[in-house]
Structures are given as structure tokens and as C-alpha cells.
Design a protein around this ligand. Structure first.
Ligand code: URP
Ligand code: ZN
Ligand code: ZN
Ligand code: ZN
Length: 555
């Protein structure tokens, strides 16, 4: 198998290698500052006011705008062969839509064919993506079976190919059983990789589906009925228990329900090292759509785990993000407790705590955080592809849109509605993903030396979401009609202005594959915490102690 070849003509990079973003407010996860941003050759070179800049530099006036780190979507499936068909957003159209919405990096999932080598599958994805991506990308690799060969190939992927995360399924034909998960987690731990799990109990789903079909329930409503919240929560719990046996850091992809959050929260308190990712779909809409009489409408919302009928789910998940924005190093601190007891603060549904210095805020953050990341799980199928499941909900291709609208919808439902601070928005849409997948501080922050992946965000402008105007290949949008305050006016990808005063100007193949090194400090650096745990007897002030842990892990 040959090495993937990049084919970006050099002139595409050079036309505008110097850029100044002036008069804006820079929002990073740790604060908002008045700073101009000077960019040269794709890198942030200077920050501050009254910078001395070479002549001929293009200037973007960001007065009254926020200047944010570009979004990182840790969960997409472009041109994914799945459930007898292929998702319609390919690496070009998918990343183009991402950039249009203010996302400047995506992480997709290599999905091997049955029996295929993981390495071959990895190369196939590189070959598919490299010439098409409009922004930088990285790859997770899915394990659809367990064997000695898989174990060896995981090591090669980590050591030679820039992979640091592996997804395993607890449902679908290619699910791993508990013993196989155990072995895969052990290998992840040994390699310094992150184990990602799709948590649903596949065997129970199959039985439930048979029962429903026998009763004549064939439509999309059967999808959620066959996999209710407890099916998700049970699997989340099981994954956490297995990971804890081998002390492997765990990342639960697409957490969709309050029940799953509850279980995650309990697992955190027991000392499990777990990160929760939720989806813009779960934050922006709900499972009431499965009752819609129109098949195309309800099937258009089918993904797994499903959207939940409980209408309080989106706000509850958003609150969980509001209080859980720190990566798990800090979360683990909560599980240690200072007195040796778990901290008992269930803040998930409480209002946001605003003060940065308030010790209760710190305690709440540390004690309650179980969701830190938002993805899209963009996996789009057209109305006609969804028809594959017209007479049997089990055959509806699973997946929805979100890569383009993730930033706007989370801004609208989170920041505009007063649940998230802008800094938290940055954490959960960009910084935390960068830390978790070991891309920080190259990505996920506006700092000198970081890649110039930047969004100039107009928080007063409004746009209305529609399949008629979105940039995705799919002919349906689960956020149809939603009005969002918050529009990316300029999107800068590696220093190139790819959304310019709202006009999309991407270049196919401009993005790069970005390696994700193993042993991410934000995931694997718990030795420091363990030593602090031993020191705790000498400390009389709990908040001081927590603050020290907090500093060690953020600075
Ligand atoms: O329904 C979904 N989530 N489709 C994409 C595949 C997956 O499990 O993430
Ligand atoms: Zn999944
Ligand atoms: Zn309809
Ligand atoms: Zn997915």
C-alpha cells in the first residue's frame, strides 16, 4: 500500500500569508481578552493591541465580534459504508460544510471491512480524505472484532500512523463482548490510547426489536422503543466497570440521555476515568420527531443511540456540559475528594454558576462534570436512503447531520439562552477535544504559536437553518427552521480566509492529516493526581487543595 500523497498546489497557500484580525475580543476557554491577532504563514505570531505589523497585511475588522478558536468536531462519518449504503457527505462536502459553520478540524472514524486489516483500512481512509478535505482532520480507528492481529495493528497505528483512539461498539453485528472489550481496553491503556465506546446493549435491542415487529410496530417510532434510555445507561455502566478493572481512560461517544449521564456521574464518583461526549443533535432537538406521521421526517431523525422523547433532555445535557467543561483530570480530583469521601454535589440540573473565583463553582465543576465534548456524529443519508427501512425500522440507515450547524446550534441553545458562558462554549466545542486527542495547544486555543484556525463570530447576526441552504450533500436537516443567533462571519483555516464576510471559499485538498500522539497529558497524567492524593492529609483547606489540582492540570 503506497503512502497517501498530498496534492495541494503551493499557490493556494501563498496568496494571503499575512493577516491581522483587529479590534475583536478573543475568547479562550479560560477568559475573554481584548486582543488583535496577527497571523503569518498559517500560525498565530502575535497577540495584543497596537502590534507592529508588516505593510501589505490584510486586516479584518472584528469590532463587536468574538474571535474564537475554530471548532473541532471529534465525531464525523464522511463517505461511510454502513447499513448497506454510504453516507452522502464525502470528505470534500463534509469538511466544506464544517468550515461554513465555523469548524476547522474534524476527526473521522476508520471503519474496516469485515476481516480487513486495520492498517489497510487506515490507508484507504487516508487516500479517500487527503485529496478532498478542506480543513485539517485526524482519524480514530474502529475495532469491529478482537484478535491478536488487531492487538498488533493497534500498536502499529499508534506508533507509526498518528492514531491515539479506538472505537468499539456494544451493539450492531460487529459488537465486541465484555471479554473482548476488556482486552481492547487493556491494549489501549498499554499504548497510551483512548478507548471510545458506543454504549448500547445490542443483544437486548435485537430482542426488543423482534418483539415490536411481531406486534406490528414497523415504523421509525420502533427505533427508540427498541433502545430506550436504560439500554444506553446499562451499557455505559458496563463499559465504565470494564474500563475501571484495567484502569483504562474511557471516552463514551454520543451520550444521548439523562439516564446515561446519571450513570456516568456515578462512575466518575467511583473513580472511573471517563469522558462524555454528547451530540449537537441531542442538544438541539429531541425524540418527539419519531412520532411524526411522515416517514421521511421521522426516519430523518433516526440515529443511535436515539434522540430521547423526554423533552427535558436537551437542557439537562446542556447543563451537564456547563458544569463539566474541564477534562477528566479535574473530574478525577472530585472522585478523590479531600476527605477521601466522594464529593456529593449533583449540579447537573442546577443553574450555571457565573463567578470565576467562587469556590463553590470550582467544587461544582470538579464534582459534577461528566460531559466535556460535543460532536456532530455527522452521518448523513438522503430521504431515499432512509427508505431502506420503510417496512422495518431496523433497516433505516442510522445517522443525522450536524457538522455544519454544531457551532450555531450550541451557541443558540447554550450561550444565547444563558446556560453556557462563551468560554465554556469554546471549551466544549474546541479546547477539550484538542486536549483529549492531544492536539493542544496547536489546536483549540488562540495563542502565539498555535495554528491559525480562527472564527470571527458575530453573536448578534441571525441565520435560519434549512436543508435548502445548507452546504451538506443531504436533502434533510434535523434543525430545519431553527433561528440561530451567532454566525461565523470569517472562518480562517490554517491562516487562509475560507469564509470571508460570510462567503464560503474553501479549497478542496487544502486540509492536512494531523497526527494525534499517544499519552495525551490531559488523559494520562494522573500520576500527579495520585501523588496529591497521598499529600492530602497535610492540607486543611479543601478548596486550596482543589485549586492546586486544578492549576496543575490546566496550566
Ligand atoms: O446512528 C449513528 N450514530 N450513526 C453513526 C454510526 C455510529 O454509531 O456512530
Ligand atoms: Zn456510534
Ligand atoms: Zn415531514
Ligand atoms: Zn458515530
Amino acid at each position: 500500500m503506497s503512502t497517501p500523497v498530498k496534492k495541494v498546489p503551493i499557490h493556494l497557500q501563498s496568496s494571503q500569508n499575512r493577516l491581522l484580525i483587529k479590534n475583536g475580543e478573543v475568547v479562550n476557554e479560560d477568559g475573554i481578552t481584548d486582543q488583535d491577532v496577527y497571523i503569518e504563514d498559517g500560525i498565530i505570531k502575535q497577540l495584543g493591541r497596537n502590534l507592529i505589523i508588516p505593510g501589505g497585511t490584510r486586516v479584518i475588522d472584528a469590532r463587536g465580534r468574538y474571535v474564537l478558536p475554530g471548532g473541532i468536531d471529534p465525531h464525523t462519518h464522511f463517505e461511510f459504508e454502513f447499513m448497506g449504503t454510504k453516507s452522502v457527505d464525502d470528505f470534500y462536502q463534509g469538511t466544506k460544510a464544517a468550515v461554513a459553520g465555523g469548524t476547522t478540524m474534524i476527526l473521522d472514524f476508520v471503519f474496516p471491512k469485515p476481516g480487513e486489516s486495520l492498517i489497510d483500512a487506515f490507508y484507504e481512509y487516508r487516500q479517500k480524505a487527503d485529496g478532498k478535505v478542506c480543513c485539517d482532520y485526524g482519524l480514530h480507528v474502529c475495532l469491529r472484532s478482537w484478535s491478536e492481529q488487531v492487538r498488533k495493528e493497534m500498536e502499529i497505528l499508534c506508533k507509526e500512523h498518528g492514531v491515539n483512539s479506538f472505537k468499539m461498539f456494544m451493539t450492531y453485528d460487529f459488537m465486541l463482548n465484555d471479554a473482548e472489550l476488556y482486552s481492547a481496553f487493556e491494549q489501549c491503556k498499554k499504548l497510551g490510547a483512548l478507548a471510545q465506546v458506543h454504549a448500547e446493549n445490542g443483544q437486548i435491542i435485537a430482542k426488543n426489536a423482534e418483539r415490536l415487529l411481531a406486534k406490528g410496530v414497523t415504523g421509525p417510532e420502533g427505533h427508540e422503543l427498541s433502545r430506550p434510555e436504560e439500554i444506553e445507561a446499562e451499557a455505559v455502566n458496563r463499559a465504565c466497570v470494564i474500563a475501571k478493572q484495567v484502569d483504562c481512560p474511557l471516552y463514551i461517544v454520543h451520550v444521548m440521555s439523562k439516564s446515561a449521564v446519571e450513570v456516568l456521574s456515578q462512575a466518575c464518583k467511583r473513580g472511573t476515568r471517563v469522558i462524555g461526549e454528547t451530540l449537537v443533535a441531542a442538544l438541539g432537538t429531541d425524540g418527539s420527531h419519531y412520532k411524526h406521521e411522515c416517514f421521511q421526517h421521522s426516519a430523518g431523525h433516526v440515529l443511535s443511540p436515539p434522540l430521547r422523547p423526554d423533552p427535558t433532555t436537551p437542557l439537562s445535557l446542556m447543563n451537564s456540559l456547563a458544569h463539566g467543561q474541564k477534562v477528566y483530570g479535574e473530574i478525577e480530583a472530585s472522585t478523590i475528594g479531600i476527605t477521601g469521601q466522594p464529593l456529593n454535589a449533583n449540579m447537573i440540573t442546577s443553574p450555571p454558576i457565573r463567578s470565576n473565583t467562587d469556590s463553590s463553582r470550582l467544587l461544582a465543576l470538579l464534582a459534577s462534570g461528566v460531559l466535556q465534548v460535543t460532536g456532530s456524529d455527522n452521518c448523513t443519508f438522503t430521504k431515499s436512503q432512509k427508505e431502506l427501512g420503510k417496512n422495518d425500522f431496523r433497516k433505516i440507515p442510522n445517522g443525522v447531520n450536524g457538522v455544519e450547524d454544531r457551532m450555531s446550534v450550541i451557541w443558540e441553545k447554550g450561550v444565547h439562552s444563558g446556560v453556557l458562558e462563551p468560554t465554556t462554549f469554546v471549551a466544549v466545542t474546541s479546547t477539550n477535544a484538542a486536549k483529549i486527542f492531544n492536539l493542544y495547544p496547536r489546536k483549540g486555543v488562540i495563542a502565539v504559536g498555535s495554528d491559525a484556525d480562527i472564527v470571527v463570530w458575530n453573536r448578534t447576526a441571525v441565520r435560519s437553518i434549512s436543508a435548502k441552504t445548507h452546504h451538506q450533500a443531504v436533502d434533510f436537516n434535523i434543525f430545519e427552521g431553527m433561528e440561530c443567533h451567532g454566525v461565523p462571519e470569517y472562518v480562517i483555516v490554517n491562516g487562509r480566509v475560507c469564509v470571508d464576510e460570510g462567503q464560503l471559499r474553501v479549497v478542496e485538498g487544502y486540509g492536512r492529516f494531523i497526527e494525534t500522539p499517544v499519552f495525551a497529558p490531559y488523559i494520562y497524567d494522573s500520576d500527579k493526581l495520585n501523588s496529591l492524593k497521598l499529600e492530602k492529609n497535610g492540607v486543611d483547606n479543601e478548596v486550596d487543595q482543589l485549586q492546586r489540582i486544578h492549576m496543575i492540570h490546566l496550566d
